[in-house]
Each structure stands twice: as structure tokens, then as C-alpha cells.
Write a protein that binds this ligand. Structure first.
Ligand code: PLP
Length: 471
């Protein structure tokens, strides 16, 4: 090893690299181990705290520590029985692609430094564009995730609709909208009251009548409505806002329609998703995250924009040292369309995954997520003490345990206890959310490695725990 040149010998690279590949192979092949742990800060301080190492150590010894102290002490978000939040069921091809992109350290900001990377991003974004039904000349880019995709799209909306003058501008979304949209508005310089979070309807969707009224009131009061943010799969319940009606309103009112499909829009790859997403093709911009339901390792979000000149104008770069890098127009510099100048080659993982498995098999994997949630709903409907709160939609089902004769506050307390109780066993992981002010449990079984028996096991265990937790 040449420590001064930060270089390992070929043999050392191979032996370390092969060991890491073996670890990954075991990780992907062994689906039955536990879901990982979330130890206390104190425990991890004890395991990991040290001064900055002065001389360095044997790479295998460092990897030993990764195996012992780090990997088991993180939740396996890609585990077959991880049903919480939005799971991250990545795949081996995407993982290997990330290793290549990071090993070759490909710069995906400008054509001159990453021509083929930009070409692959153009093509992969175009596949997503076509899935969503946007016109041929629409485009977009990959971002670190959905939060960044939302802020990127909304910056384009701000520029296109307001010429970046924010006074009295207002935008609309439902109270189920992901908080990354609130953060995006804050970052873009808006005050909290400039984003109107309207009460959703009884299916947790943006209420078109309420929207129409809010727009009329705002116009009458001299404010400037400029944007509607619709959900294509809310994080809470998987609800899809009424996209055709919202597109109509947006068009009639000359508003930008942004669809946050970070979680749900990837399902446009399969037939069931396309049905659910009717109207998506009328959006001005769409957030769609391959690191959610297209099975990619973090970090790959995506933003699609109907007219990419708005993105380009919102993010134009003027550094004189970048003049040479800008190149001809058709040679796309992705750094000119978003926030990052230095960008990793995120497109490679999605491109390789889609090429290796093909649309058909990725679509089948997505379909399975819908089916697992439907299976959970069916089982819950047959269990006497359990109530489905929102049916399986977009791979999410929400439910409560509601024993006969219990009052609401005791039922609330029971449901609050159940998620931590099951999670601390490290065999199943799920989260709760709040709907209409009440705690509900939530399953999001979109991992294609989740078997029917995993769903059964989760619901059986919840039913057992319901009798043993203290409330
Ligand atoms: C609907 C929706 N929008 C946006 C986001 C934010 O995405 P990210 O966590 O990739 O930044 C999420 C995350 O779960 C989401 O579910």
C-alpha cells in the first residue's frame, strides 16, 4: 500500500473489493435476517467515537468494524418486512452501477466532462417522460431526491409564472402534501401563508371545489395565484388527487400544475399505475423518484418539466470560468437545469436496471407492491378487531385496531403503542401516521422481495401484540 499516494496495490484492491461484493451478495440473497436496529446515541458513541486517526489502519480491519458496528446498527430499509415510511427496495444492478459511477467519479454537470453520462441521462429521463405521457420535447433531470426535485420544479414555476417577483403570489395544495413542498416554498423565498394547504376531501385528496373558491377569494383580494401542487400518491395514504379536474382548473386559471409523484409517479411504468395516474400527462412539472418505487439505491430523484426552457432560465449559470464548458446547445449541460454543478452519474443505475430487467419485469415488480397492499387490506377486513381506515391504494394501506367497547382515547393509545412494540423486535418495521387527528398504522409493502407470508406474519404479530401491550 502506498499511503502517501492514497493507493492500494492491485491485490489489496481486489481482496477488499471482493470482500465488499461478498457482503453485498449476502445482503441481497439473505432476505430472512432481521430488519436491523436503531441503538441509542450513547451505545453508538461508545462503539464509534475516536479521535481523527493519525496513521491509518489495515483496510480489512476497518471493514471488520463496518461489519460489526455500522451495518447491523442501521435499519434495513430494503428488507422484505420493512413497511415503514417509503421503503428503499434497491437492487443489485443499481448498486453495482453506483459503484462504477463513484469509482470512475464521473462528472455529470457538463457535456465536456461527462458526454456519455449526459447522453444516458437524456435517454433515461426520456423513458420516464414517455411513461408519464408528457410530449416528446419535455425533459428534466435527476436530483438527489424528491425534496430537491420539488424545489427544482417549483423554482421553474416561480420563474415562468412570476418572473421571480413573489409579492402577493399564492399557490395551493392539499393538507396531505409532503412537507418537502413547504420547505421548497420557504427556500424559494415565499412566506408560509403563500402556500395554501387546503383541507382535503374524505378520501384525503385535494378538493377541487375548495381550490376553486380559494382561487376566487385570493383574486378578489388582489393576490396572484400562480401554481397548484397536486399529489400522485401521498405519503400518508397513497391518495392521488383528481388530476384531470385539477389540470382543467389550472388551465382555466392559467396556473402552473406541479404534480408531486415522488412516491407514486414511478408506477406509470405499469398498467395499474397508468390507470391510477390518469391526467398526469397534463402536468407542467412532475417529481418522480427512482429511489422510491423504481428500486434504486438512494440518491436518485427526478424532475420532469413540460417546457425545459423554464428550468434553464430559472437556473442559468454565468460563471466566466464555465464558458468553455457550456458547449453547443444540443450537447446538454445538466448543471444548467438544476441546483448542482458537480453532480454524480445517477442516471447510470436506473439505465442499467431498466436495460438488465426490462420494463416488463420492473413493471411486474411494481404491480406486486399494489397486490401486497391489497392482500393486507383483505386480511385486515377479515380480522374482527381491525378496521381499514383507507383502502389499499398506490401500495399503501392504513388501519387501526379498534376492540369493541373501547373508547376512542384508549384505541388511540393502543395504536400508538403497536408500531414501537413491533419495531423493537427487529423482525418487522412499520410506522404510524395521523389521519383526521387520530393515530393509524400504515403498511407500505412495495418491496418486490416481500412475500405474501411476510404480510401475514406482520398482521399476525400485530394481532398478538394487541393483547400484550399495556394501555
Ligand atoms: C410524496 C413525496 N414527496 C416528496 C418526498 C421527499 O423525497 P426525498 O425524501 O427523496 O427528498 C417524499 C418522501 O417520502 C414523498 O413521499
Amino acid at each position: 500500500m502506498d499511503r502517501d499516494g492514497l493507493q492500494l496495490s492491485r491485490e489489496q484492491m481486489r481482496s477488499l473489493g471482493y470482500r465488499i461484493v461478498d457482503l453485498l451478495v449476502d445482503h441481497f440473497a439473505e432476505t430472512d435476517e432481521n430488519t436491523g436496529r436503531s441503538p441509542s446515541r450513547a451505545a453508538l458513541e461508545e462503539a464509534l467515537r475516536e479521535d481523527l486517526p493519525e496513521t491509518g489502519a489495515d483496510p480489512h480491519a476497518v471493514l471488520d468494524q463496518v461489519e460489526e458496528d455500522i451495518l447491523p446498527n442501521t435499519r434495513r430499509i430494503d428488507h422484505a418486512r420493512f413497511f415503514g415510511f417509503v421503503p428503499g427496495p434497491n437492487n443489485f444492478i443499481g448498486t453495482m452501477a453506483d459503484a462504477l459511477a463513484s469509482g470512475f467519479n464521473i462528472f455529470s454537470g457538463t457535456w465536456i466532462s461527462g458526454a456519455a453520462a449526459a447522453q444516458v441521462e437524456l435517454i433515461t429521463i426520456d423513458w420516464l417522460r414517455s411513461m408519464c405521457g408528457l410530449p416528446d420535447d419535455a425533459g428534466g433531470l435527476f436530483t438527489s431526491g424528491g425534496s430537491m426535485a420539488n424545489v427544482t420544479a417549483l423554482a421553474a414555476a416561480r420563474h415562468a409564472q412570476l418572473d421571480d417577483v413573489l409579492d402577493d403570489a399564492v399557490a395551493y395544495c392539499s393538507d396531505q402534501t409532503h412537507t418537502s413542498v413547504d420547505r421548497a416554498f420557504r427556500l424559494l423565498g415565499f412566506q408560509p401563508q403563500q402556500l395554501r394547504r387546503l383541507p382535503s376531501d374524505d378520501q384525503f385528496r385535494l378538493d377541487v371545489e375548495a381550490l376553486t373558491e380559494a382561487i376566487a377569494t385570493d383574486r378578489a383580494d388582489g393576490r396572484r395565484p400562480f401554481c397548484v401542487i397536486a399529489n400522485a400518491g401521498t405519503t400518508n395514504t397513497g391518495a392521488v388527487d383528481p388530476l384531470p379536474a385539477l389540470a382543467e382548473r389550472a388551465e382555466a386559471e392559467d396556473l402552473w400544475l406541479h404534480v408531486d409523484g415522488a412516491y407514486g409517479a414511478p408506477t406509470a411504468i405499469c398498467e395499474r399505475g397508468t390507470d391510477r395516474l390518469n391526467g398526469l400527462d397534463r402536468a407542467d412539472s412532475i417529481t418522480l423518484d427512482p429511489h422510491k418505487w423504481l428500486f434504486q439505491p438512494f440518491e436518485i430523484g427526478g424532475v420532469l418539466v413540460r417546457d425545459t426552457t423554464h428550468l434553464r432560465r430559472a437556473f442559468r449559470l454565468e460563471g466566466e470560468y464555465l464558458e468553455d464548458a457550456m458547449g453547443a446547445d444540443e450537447e446538454v449541460n445538466f448543471s444548467a437545469y438544476g441546483i448542482q454543478l458537480t453532480r454524480s452519474f445517477r442516471a447510470l443505475k436506473l439505465w442499467m436496471t431498466l436495460k438488465v430487467f426490462g420494463r416488463e419485469h420492473v413493471a411486474a415488480a411494481v404491480e406486486q407492491g399494489f397486490e401486497r397492499a391489497e392482500q393486507a387490506e383483505r386480511l385486515l377486513r377479515n380480522q374482527s378487531e381491525w378496521r381499514v381506515v383507507t383502502p389499499a391504494q398506490m401500495g399503501v394501506v392504513t388501519f387501526r385496531c379498534a376492540p369493541d367497547g373501547w373508547d376512542k382515547s384508549r384505541i388511540d393509545a393502543l395504536n400508538r403503542r403497536l408500531a414501537p412494540a413491533i419495531n423493537e423486535e427487529d423482525q418487522i418495521f412499520l410506522t404510524k401516521t395521523t389521519l383526521n387527528g387520530r393515530p393509524v398504522l400504515r403498511l407500505c409493502p412495495i418491496n418486490p422481495r416481500t412475500a405474501a407470508r411476510d404480510i401475514q406474519m406482520a398482521l399476525d404479530r400485530l394481532d398478538e401484540l394487541r393483547h400484550s401491550v399495556q394501555v
